[in-house]
Design a protein around this ligand. Structure first.
Ligand code: FES
Ligand code: FES
Length: 183
């Protein structure tokens, strides 16, 4: 009679890390090979950060670490130990939407919405670094975030509008953005 084969499988290695998630300290235990995207969605239950290509090509998974946009599908969660992480869930202040959320809603700059959390986080980082970004600077800052729906014009205008509101200026969407070109 054959003896049963010995298993060479090792127990799954896990890590425990603490980081500051949307302003609150958070300690999480997760398989060590998990990306930050996986840990945010699976262990932290924050599914606002979207799982797109997982190849670093679409930007849907963008979050802020130390205020800088990173692709969470390409970062190991163990790499962000002790660092501040911002996700879309932390963007609004209580019941008050962030100006970026308001202008995206006003302009229809989110359609299916799959790209929107990543774009909002990349845009937040931009308007915090640059109070008056030009359209070219906005396009460059969002160049790693792909959108299949909007054609980008409304996204760029929405970021421009949010920057104006953050500077304390009145802003309203252009007639063309809301109703199309005048004939
Ligand atoms: S899911 Fe990370 S870049 Fe596409
Ligand atoms: S709103 Fe659909 S992918 Fe951007």
């Amino acid at each position: 009679m054959m003896s049963p084969k010995k298993s060479h499988a090792t127990p799954k290695e896990t890590s425990t890390c603490t980081f500051v998630l949307n302003g609150e300290p958070k300690t999480v235990c997760f398989p060590t090979h998990h990306t930050l995207l996986e840990v945010l969605r699976e262990e932290c239950g924050l599914t606002g950060t979207k799982h797109g290509c997982e190849l670093g090509e679409c930007g849907a998974c963008t979050v802020l670490v130390d205020g800088q946009p990173i692709l969470s599908c390409l970062a190991l969660a163990v790499e962000v130990e002790g660092r501040p992480i911002e996700t879309i869930e932390g963007l609004q202040d209580g019941n008050k939407l962030h100006p970026l959320q308001e202008t995206f809603a006003d302009l229809g700059a989110a359609q299916c919405g799959y790209c929107t959390p990543g774009i909002l986080m990349a845009a937040k980082s931009l308007v915090e670094r640059n109070q008056s970004p030009t359209r070219t600077e906005i396009s460059e800052a969002l160049s790693g975030n792909l959108c299949r729906c909007t054609g980008y014009h409304k996204i760029v205008e929405a970021v421009e509008g949010a920057a104006a509101q953050l500077r304390g200026e009145d802003w309203a969407p252009s007639h063309e953005s809301q109703f199309g070109e005048r004939s």
